[in-house]
Design a protein around this ligand. Sequence first.
Ligand SMILES: NC(=O)c1ccc[n+]([C@@H]2O[C@H](COP(=O)([O-])OP(=O)(O)OC[C@H]3O[C@@H](n4cnc5c(N)ncnc54)[C@H](O)[C@@H]3O)[C@@H](O)[C@H]2O)c1
Length: 336
Amino acid sequence: MRVLVTGGAGYIGSHTLVELLGQAHDVLVLDNLENSSPVVIDRVNALTNGNLEFVEGDIRDDAALDTVMDSFRPDAVIHFAGLKAVGDSMEQPLSYYDTNVRGTIGVLRAMDKVGCTRIIFSSSATVYGEPVYLPYDEAHPTNPTSVYGRTKLVSEHIISDWANASGGTGILLRYFNPVGAHASATLGEHPDGVPNNLMPFIAQVAVGKRKALSIFGDDYETPDGTGQRDYIHVVDLARAHVAAVNFAQGAKGAKTFNIGTGQPYSVREMVAAFETACGKDIPVVVAPRRAGDIAAMQADASLAKAEMGWAAEHDLNDMAASTWAWQSANPNGYED
Ligand SMILES: NC(=O)c1ccc[n+]([C@@H]2O[C@H](COP(=O)([O-])OP(=O)(O)OC[C@H]3O[C@@H](n4cnc5c(N)ncnc54)[C@H](O)[C@@H]3O)[C@@H](O)[C@H]2O)c1
């Protein structure tokens, strides 16, 4: 298939490119490099057959989208491009609605013009909000608590409405917490500034960039008192996109899938796995709970297995070991 990947130079996108090219799909990336580097494209080419096409451009630029669609004529679009920092989204809501929602409308309009009928969309478990029950299944009520989460939920509705009206196919993938890096240690996550997520933070403590990890609350009702989350290895997540592209060929309308492991790990378990991977102690400081944090959450990911034949294969040790290999080989991300 010919697959256009928006935001393909980013963390999840880059790992997905490797898996798509490995399955002999033709792939073109459209990315404005706002949160990524052109080095990613070279590294993906080095890991694969080197046939990746790249166009630097913005999904909010209708003319750029039309040009790419017209020349590439995709069979499917994987739409990663977007802004993703929850805290930032509360301070800059219009910017988040503009990129994440208007950008999605622009992508759908450009697809319509060339008759492309399939889109795979990066949604998030954050659309669920506070758990009414656990594990979250796809029927769980949605009630996002951040602007970021609302941009994802609105985009899901837009894609569903578009698919139903046009006879197209929208696969909405609700990711849990992506972590880890490519086994080659040449692709991984390199957050700007202070990492928002646990694993990159632990990794930066391990390489000496930060002094200690703050554990926000160790008195939750979990086995060791620290918060539990459902972490998913980025390579498993990347493979879920390949499964979704294949599934989309035989599907119509919108379909939502949780993409997680169903196995939650606590902060202390993550730290212990990382200590084993890097052979060092990770200093931790216990701090008060943060407002809005919940004790535990995990996915029911059985639907993705039943319908797309996809399930996560990597365990916690793979997540920690690959993150450490990437972080220690690339302490400054793609600037090395
Ligand atoms: N990483 C997570 O924890 C997580 C969890 C759930 C959902 N998601 C979603 O998955 C997608 C990919 O996430 P990621 O972690 O790889 O993020 P990322 O920031 O690494 O990748 C996003 C890519 O999109 C590009 N981009 C941003 N705005 C653009 C625009 N206007 N035009 C063209 N390109 C643009 C960036 O340069 C970047 O390469 C995002 O939509 C994100 O919201 C991520």
